[in-house]
Design a protein around this ligand. Structure first.
Ligand SMILES: [Zn+2]
Length: 393
């Protein structure tokens, strides 16, 4: 049975400090740390860890403006490394200062994902205080550049490439209703279709001048056809490959012949597909439409994350599931990952198993974020138990 025995679980639970959870979440949420500008929050986390006696590293991961935070807590004996990874950047919305009332902390970043990161930090402290880690180590990492479109995930990719990568990773994002086992890769694309001539009254337009609106219509029709083709590539958990058009803009007034049309949307693909081939195929398709319509089409292609798959036979998964059941009395089903998160980077770059599981919380990407303190306690206990069982056994 891979779960920790009940007395040990209860001991871990007794070591979790609700006061520390509240104090550190309030502290990190009091700092405005939009994506690209997360340095103050990362500095504060580094201070908290250093104050508690941990040796803190600040690897840049390719982003010197906000160096990441890393702590390796080792048993001193060889063994596996379990990683807890969080991002401290928040989406670009107006700042809502933190408030604590009853079981909830509200404010910017409380849900996504300072609350979760503090629960992981607490798990690290609990393992240390328990003195029960006999093999291997825990690696805690926190970083910036997570939230698209302001961030592109490259700081975490840099950290992984620099070796800040364990043998399994827990990500305390706000999803906790299932263990996500597959998710699609995602890129955001933007096409700008242009014709050579100047803006002109429609009755004065040269006969052979291409229409950007007609080219846009052709592009949309071509993307729809492409989407039908992609739908045949499907995964029972992750869903089908897609190309999606979310925005179209062109024209100034009803009788001016416009110069430009802008289309924006997404492309999602199955785990295991190459991001490079996906991009190349998309670029080829766009170029065909540009050639046929005699327009020029600029392509902005922004990779968000590769796809994701979890090896459900990995002992890490079994350990996590059994400790979840032992601490809650319930079983956690497996399911899809609807969005991209940092587990995608760990899987695609380092092929390590990752589980996204954070405290009950809500309002991500809104002004109404909140996190449950009771559930941060649960997550801290679960992370500590999973770490001990994964490293020691
Ligand atoms: Zn997040």
């Amino acid at each position: 049975m891979p779960a920790l025995p009940t007395p040990q679980l209860e001991h871990l639970r007794s070591l979790v400090s609700r006061d520390r959870l509240v104090r550190d979440t309030m502290d990190l949420c009091s700092l405005y740390s939009r994506t690209g500008e997360a340095k103050p929050a990362l500095d504060r986390l580094a201070e908290i860890l250093a104050r508690e006696g941990f040796t803190v590293e600040r690897p840049e991961g390719g982003y010197a403006a906000a160096p990441a935070v890393a702590v390796r807590y080792s048993s001193g004996k060889p063994g596996p490394t379990i990683q807890f990874n969080g991002h401290l950047d928040t989406v670009h919305l107006p700042f809502v200062p933190p408030q604590h009332e009853g079981d909830r902390i509200t404010g910017t970043g409380s849900c996504d994902m300072k609350g979760g990161t503090v629960a992981a930090l607490e798990a690290l402290r609990v393992v240390r205080d328990s003195g029960a880690l006999t093999k291997g180590s825990i690696l805690l990492t926190a970083h910036d550049l997570h939230e698209a479109p302001w961030g592109d995930g490259t700081q975490l990719e840099g950290l992984i490439r620099q070796g800040y990568c364990g043998d399994a990773v827990l990500i305390p994002e706000y999803l906790n209703s299932c263990i996500p086992t597959a998710g699609r890769g995602l890129a955001i694309w933007k096409l700008t279709i242009r014709r050579p001539g100047a803006p002109v009254h429609e009755v004065l337009r040269p006969a052979n001048e291409p229409s950007v609106i007609e080219a846009g219509a052709e592009m949309i029709a071509r993307l729809r056809q492409y989407g039908t083709h992609l739908a045949s590539k499907t995964d029972p958990v992750a869903g089908p490959e897609t190309v999606f058009v979310g925005q179209v803009h062109s024209g100034v007034i009803f009788n001016q012949f416009p110069q430009e049309l802008v289309l924006e949307g997404t492309r999602r693909w199955l785990p295991g597909e190459s991001r490079y081939l996906v991009e190349e195929e998309f670029r080829k398709l766009v170029q065909q439409v540009a050639d046929r319509t005699k327009t020029t089409i600029d392509i902005r292609w922004q990779l968000v994350r590769d796809g994701f798959r979890l090896d459900t036979n990995h002992r890490f998964v079994k350990i996590f599931e059994d400790n979840y059941t032992a601490t809650t009395g319930q079983t956690l089903p497996q399911g899809p990952k609807p969005f991209c998160d940092d587990c995608n980077a760990f899987w695609s770059l380092a092929d390590i198993p990752g589980i996204t599981h954070g405290p009950n919380s809500g309002g991500a990407h809104t002004l109404e974020e909140w996190v449950s303190i009771d559930d941060m306690v649960r997550v801290a206990q679960l992370y500590a138990a999973t770490a001990l069982q994964f490293c020691n056994s």
